[in-house]
Ligand binder design. Sequence first.
Ligand code: SAH
Length: 465
Amino acid sequence: MDYLPVSWRIKDQTVLLVGGGEIALRKARLLVRAGARLRLVSPEVVPELVALVEESGGETLHQRFAETQLDGVLLALAATDDEAVNRHVSEAAQARGIPVNVVDNPPLCTFIFPAIVDRYPLLISITSGGAAPVAARWVRSRIESMLPARWGQLAALMGSRRQRLAEKLPNISARRLFWEKIIDGPVAEKTLAGQTTQAGDMLDQAIEDADAERLTQGEVYLVGAGPGDPDLLTFRALRLLQKADIVLYDRLVSPGVLELARRDAELVYVGKKRSEHVLPQDQINQLLVRYASEGKKVCRLKGGDPFIFGRGGEELESVVAAGINFQVVPGVTAAAGCAAYAGIPLTHRDHAQSVRFVTGHRKENGELNLPWKDFLTPGETLVFYMGLVSLPDISAGLILAGRDPATPAAMISQGTQADQQVVIGTLENLPAQAAAAQPVAPTLIIIGDVVGLYPRYSWFGAGTA
Ligand code: SAH
C-alpha cells in the first residue's frame, strides 16, 4: 500500500487553505463539513468562499502565501493555479512536519483525499492512491447506486441505540448478531422507506426482546460453492459466506470463492482428494457439531452442489442428531457448470431427452461396479463424476453393454475455471485422447450425441485438444 486510509478528526482545528477559486471552494466545503476552522490565504477570493470561512469561525487573509501562515495549523492544502506557489506551500509544510495536500498533484502531497460515498454517519472512502482516479470514481458510482440514500439514517438510528443495546446485551458477539439481524430486517426496511419514527419504535422493541442465548446459538450452512468460477455462487451462498465465523472447505472449492468469506472468518481445510482425506468423514461431521455448539456460524463449503456426490446427507446427519439449526444452499453442480462453459447442452430436443449423473468411483474388489445395462436408454446423456481414473473401464463397460463406440464423448477438466480444458472424442477413443492431454483434476466426462454440438456452441476459454 502506498497510503494508509484513516479517518481523521479535525473538528475545531485550524486548516490552512491556499487558493481562492472554485477548486479551493470545493475543498473548503468538505473541510467545513468535518468541522475545521479555515485559514484561507489568497489575494482574490470568490464571495461564497469568504462566507464559508466565516461560518467555520476562521479567517480570510487577502495576501500571498507566507510560511508564517502555517503557524498552529493541523493540515495544509494548496489549491491555486500557480505551480510555484503550490510547491512552496508543500515544501514549507513538509519542512514543519505538517501534512499537506496539493490538489491534483500527488508528488507534492503527503496525504490525499479519497472519493467519498456520503451516507453520514456512514462514510465510504475509495482511493486508488492517485494511480487511477477514474477507477475510484467508477467504484464510487457503483456504490452510490447500491446504497439507498437513507442509509445514513439507518446508521444514525443504530448509533442512537448502541448504548441501550450494550446495557441489555453485555455479550459483544450477541450484539453483533443483533445488529446483523436488524440491518437485514424490517427495521432497516422501514427506515429506508422513510418511516423513521416507526423504525425507532420497532428497534426499541427489538432491544427490549433481545435474548443473548437465542442470538448466539450456532448454525450450520451447508453451501454449494459451484464448480470454480466465483461468479456462479448464489446470492445466498455469498451472504452466508460473509456471515460465517468459520468456513470448512474441501479441495474442490476454488480460491476465488474462498476469498469471498468474511475477512476475519477462520478457514479450515478439511481436504478430500481421491483416496487422501485430510480428515476422515466422521471427524468432519464432528467438527461441524462442535463449532456450532460453541455458538459459531459454521459454513460447510462444498464444491458444486452439496447434495450431488457431495456427502451432504451424511454431514447433515450428525447436525440433525445434535439438534443444531441448519440450512442447505444449492450450488451449480459440475455437470451443469462444465456443460454450460463447454457449450454442450445436456439435453436437446433433437439429441437427448434425459440426462443421468453417475459416479465413476464405485469400486468393489478393484472393479468398477456399475449397472451398465441401465445406461443404454437412447437419447440419454451420461455424465460421469470422478471418472478419470476409471475412464477406460467406463468406455469398455458401455461398449460391451451395447452402446455405439462412435458416440461422441467429452472430457472437461477444471471446468468453468480459467484453465478449463476440453477434450473431444468418441466413446471408444476418449480414454486414449484424455490420457494424451494429461488433464488436471477435477475432470468430468460427458457421453452422448449432445457432445456433437460442442464445435457450434463452444464459447469459453481456448483449450480444445
Ligand atoms: N458436489 C460436486 C461433486 C463432487 S464429486 C458437484 O456437485 O459438482 C467430485 C467430482 O466432481 C470430480 O471428480 C469431478 O468429476 C467433478 N467436478 C467438480 N468440479 C469440477 C470442475 N470444475 N470441472 C470438472 N469436474 C468437476
